[in-house]
Design a protein around this ligand. Sequence first.
Ligand SMILES: [Zn+2]
Length: 220
Amino acid sequence: MQYVKSYYEIEMALRYYAHLPESIRIEKLSRSVCGELGQKMVDPRRWKEPPHERLANVLRNEEGLCDPHGIEAFLRRYGPLVGRTGLTASDFIEDWSKFTFYQEILRKAWEKDPESLKDVEAQLEILDGTKTKMESGRFVVETINLWTYLCFFFMRDFSAGKAKVCESPDCSTPYFIEQRRGQKYCSHVCAVRENVRRFRQTERKAKQQKSSSQKAGKER
Ligand SMILES: [Zn+2]
């Protein structure tokens, strides 16, 4: 049966408007990444990976916090996550632990934790309050909140069953969006590594079987 699109179904675009940092520095004393926003705006068309994928994969340091250099790189590309609380409108202070707190919610949601999924879903309701308009027959929602924005796209991927965790135990950036159906590994590198591992395992087993059967032969 062919699917007929109802007149009452509407297309929607979600837009994110934010300024990118003009200056940015890591402050060990206040344990934050801070700086000032400039005139340059974020450009989602130039993102190689979506912000939810990037955020989930920011590496953690030995303290269990997101690595400040990872936070800095994230902010340079996507703008501040929750840190727009500076003294002036263009100041931002992204606290390491707060940033990690949000990452943890996202990671756990990715791993299907019900409480974290609720937290993420709650962001979809917040969208109601933002600016909405019609543009060439399309419904356009605008937000300046990066966390809300990325929760929305995470939920889209998650509800479509595309938010996956790489099955390679050695993967350091395991959160990925499925490109092909049934994709188990985040990248070619991980797939090859696991192939080699499997090959070595079979090889080892074969050797063990051979040596044990030889032993059994001698004992006889
Ligand atoms: Zn991987």
